[in-house]
Design a protein around this ligand. Sequence first.
Ligand code: ASP
Length: 719
Amino acid sequence: MKRSIILILSVLLLQSSHATEGMWVPSMIKQLVGDDMAAMGMKIDPSDLYAINQSSIKDAVVHFNGGCTSVLVSDQSLLLTNHHCGYSRIQAHSSLENNYLKDGFWAMDLSEELANPGMDASIIQEIRDVTDELLGDVSVDASESTRSEHIEQRSEELIEKIKEETGFDAYIKPFYHGNQYLLFIVEIFKDIRLVGAPPSSIGKYGFDTDNWVWPRHTGDFSVFRIYANKDNKPAEFSEENIPYRPRHFLPVNIQGVEENDFTIVYGFPGTTENYITEAEVENVLEVINPLRLKMREASLSVIDEAMRKDELTSIQYAAKQSRISNAYKKWIGQSKGLTRHRALEKKDSLEALFMQRIAEKEAWNQKYSTLLEEIAAIEAEELPYMVNRNYFIEFYYMGPEIFRFVERFRELVSMSEDANVTDVQIAEWIEDAKDKLGYFKNYDAQVDKEIMRAQIGFFIEDQADADFLSGIKSEKQSLMEFVDHLYAESMFVSEDRVTDLLNNFKRKKLKKITSDPAYAFSKRIAAHYYESTRPALLEYVTQGDSLMRVWMAAQMEVLPERTYSPDANGSLRITFGKVEGYAPFDGAEYAYYTTLAGVMEKEDPSSEEFEVPVKLKELFESKDYGRYAHSTGEMRVCFVASNHTSGGNSGSPVIDANGNLIGLNFDRTWESTMSDIMFNPSICRNITVDIRYVLFIMDKFAGAKHLVDEMTLVSGVEG
Ligand code: ASP
């Protein structure tokens, strides 16, 4: 069976070809979609996009701290990404005195660039297909656990070998739901410095109201730089480090784009689920998304109000609020899009067609006739555990922060109880914990308590299977009294009390920690998830994954006329499309670009979301756009195109037909958030900030022309 799957893949890979849909692996571009790309207008050769023996565009595409993408634009490794990708770093450097979120930040020379401990940026060196090496001798009848143990062991060996041979890091990821495995050889840099960021009134203009929305007017960019040691190799932060000299950086096209121009988005899309069945889509629409939305609405109502009232809170909670609200709004759009574009019906007809086809061939019928039923059955059994998991994530990980803060102390408790752990080791743990008390800089116990008050009812009541409160809450207490008591009594809400605990910690006086109400509650919730929900869920997930692997291969075999690009999995991909507007709903037609005039139109002095900086207004009044103006004289801000993107593509370079940078991808339209589950080329559009707006803000607004001067501008009209 395995052999046949690989055969199907290779046959299909040669024939799959459909414009715009799909996130393609760069090393397979030539073979799979090179002709389509050329037919759509690409002028460069696929080997300009990906090569291993010579420099290519892939060397300029940088995975930004594991979650976003960024792009190198100078030989001194100036790195552009989105404002929202750099946001938590900008926030970390901000204070009431130096509020970089509000006012922006610009380093005027290398010495002013700000270090970001703990951050990394990585560049892919090579991609190799290792399917045969991992699966070559796994028997067709091997059980799922034997198969995965084998893969795990082989992967470890292979990664070790590659590291030794090349001196680089490496990781392996499954593709096509485990029908193919690719190895990525990667260089990871550790000294990444903040160079510049516009004020949020530009970089986040429109805030939540405009997030995921078109027409859009956000200058969503920030600027970093990669540093390396004197040998141009990755190194931890050091004053001695110097800017990394990259193998490739992208020239910047300041001619701009016109409708129907060819575009590539090159980056690291996070997760898509384009091949799930109707049953799974139904669960997302009817159970999972509503649950998540309910929990996030509860926390956001608290956070938003607190941020509105107080400037310090608005700094402290800015990054947290964005993290919660981003996916919140995305899920609303996703559910709407899937419903409006009849995703269930489409999945249903696909599955009906599949059943009809297999009925025509006995061999298929034998292999696949019960497959969809089996998937639906597993889905149904898995659902209650998925519900619990999502509640756990929304409450424990995305809700009140106190849960995660006290979680660390569980380690201290277990170390203290373990006779093999020495006092010296405990003292080290305590010193380390003291270093992490910076957590309180962004913590407000009152806000945290209100979040718990807002969410706890849903969490407790919707998971009737668990006894979260017995022995923790007294009979007489209402839920709200329980929460008030927890925050009134817990020492973990106060930096002074935690410092005192750490300074005077005694191994034998653990009760002080274990009887703390926040400690007890956090432990109970985590125990329920890790001891009860997760093990059961894992079993279903394992069964589901193996059925999914068969379903993926079955679709490719039985319905070969369709396009199959692998689901996003955080690995490097290329998507291509063209600059084009769209019709969002009946009677409306959206243009493909927006301009600075639109920024002014949206201005609303009564709303922090739509404040326009005075300097920007002056530049608009005087039309002082210099060489960054479009040929029509306008200052273009954003444009949309039909590239298939996802979260993780934030900050991705948007590249023209000649391999030059034309913008930074930062979002999708609301109607397109459905593309994580179903891509629809007529409606799905990615949103890009025009690179000329980025340069204009740097140069004319921020007075940081030296950064533009570092870049190589092409096709520009001098101004
Ligand atoms: N703005 C998005 C994000 O936050 C990018 C996208 O999903 O298209 O990840």
